[in-house]
Design a protein around this ligand. Structure first.
Ligand code: ADP
Ligand code: MG
Length: 307
């Protein structure tokens, strides 16, 4: 497995305040990793350190096996960075700004700068807006300008700090789809507040709280791998059943009627009690229409780990 980013024991102090506390994780080449955590958890600080925007207090970061402090320029060539709040020069024209960024990166391609900027404008869908001043663009289009500046030197790795924050639901889907598309070719580390975003596009999730990593797992395993001390089962019968009948089921601690013939059964055990429920129903001649173990949502896991 090739690692694009390796973060080892990073601590960051702002004066007395510890923003990151011995953070370690890795991002494999080709992955889209979601970086989530409450406000002030340290996401932006971590991203600024990876991109070389600010130095760490302690620890090391390697990007494509290069130490980010020793090889700062090479590392910056390999990374595209969309900072939080997407800082842009509002008085510049879209084209003018992107040409400036291309010149700063001194991108060496076969194409000239003009052609390169054209390509990028098409790629992020800025065609109709390219002759406007950035200040005249809607937030969604500004975000595309931010993505274009992050992509203009064709980096292998993208660091995107809340790329969809402040956008309306349609714009969110557009940008998200674009990022998922980019993720087919690039390694992406993306911070977000939106759990569905992580569920929709990320291969892996990192959860950070108070400057510490509290979860690091595949996106679809993070819920199920957590050891539960209780479980909730949803059952639907073909008719209503008196609550006291449920007492016969071994291990149950609570039963609630949620709708007409829908019940929530809780058991204080991690062991699956679905077959016990089924056997009990058969014995009592109750017809089960649906029997389902409730999975925790990423949102619930997030709340548990960070509140
Ligand atoms: P997040 O991006 O997860 O919201 P940040 O990395 O922005 O978190 O902030 C982590 C902590 O560090 C917060 O408590 C924040 O107030 C503090 N912090 C961030 N930047 C600075 C700074 N330049 N000076 C002092 N404290 C800072
Ligand atoms: Mg932030």
């Amino acid at each position: 497995i090739i690692m694009s980013i390796k973060v080892s024991n990073i601590t960051k102090l702002y004066g007395q305040q510890k923003a990151l506390d011995h953070v370690s994780f890795e991002v494999r080449t080709g992955e889209i990793v979601g970086f989530i955590g409450p406000n002030g958890a340290g996401k932006s600080t971590m991203m600024k350190i990876i991109t070389g925007f600010i130095p760490q207090t302690e620890g090391e970061v390697w990007v494509n096996e290069l130490d980010t402090l020793e090889h700062s320029l090479e590392v910056r060539r390999m990374i595209g960075y969309l900072p939080e709040h997407n800082p842009l020069y509002l008085d510049m024209y879209v084209r003018e700004y992107l040409e400036m960024v291309a010149k700063i990166y001194a991108t060496k391609g076969h194409k000239g700068i003009g052609e390169q900027v054209d390509g990028m404008i098409n790629m992020v869908g800025l065609g109709p807006e390219q002759h406007k001043k950035i200040g005249a663009l809607s937030k969604g289009y500004r975000q595309r300008v931010g993505l274009a500046q992050a992509l203009i030197h064709d980096p292998d790795i993208l660091i995107l700090d809340e790329p969809t924050s402040g956008l309306d639901p349609n714009q969110i889907v557009e940008i998200r789809t674009f990022i998922a598309e980019l993720g087919k070719e690039k390694t992406v580390l993306l911070s977000t507040h939106i759990m569905q975003e992580v569920e929709a596009i990320c291969d892996r999730v990192l959860i950070i709280n108070n400057g510490r990593i509290v979860a690091d797992d595949e996106a679809d395993k993070i819920q199920s791998r957590r050891k539960e001390k209780f479980q909730t089962i949803e059952v639907e019968f073909d008719k209503s059943i008196p609550l006291e009948k449920f007492r016969k089921i071994h291990g149950i601690t609570e039963v609630k009627k949620v709708k007409n013939r829908h019940y929530l059964i809780q058991a204080a055990t991690g062991e699956d009690i679905r077959s016990a429920i089924f056997q009990w129903a058969v014995k009592n001649k109750f017809t089960v229409l649906e029997l389902r173990r409730r999975e925790k949502s990423l949102e619930e896991v997030f709340k548990e780990l960070t509140s």
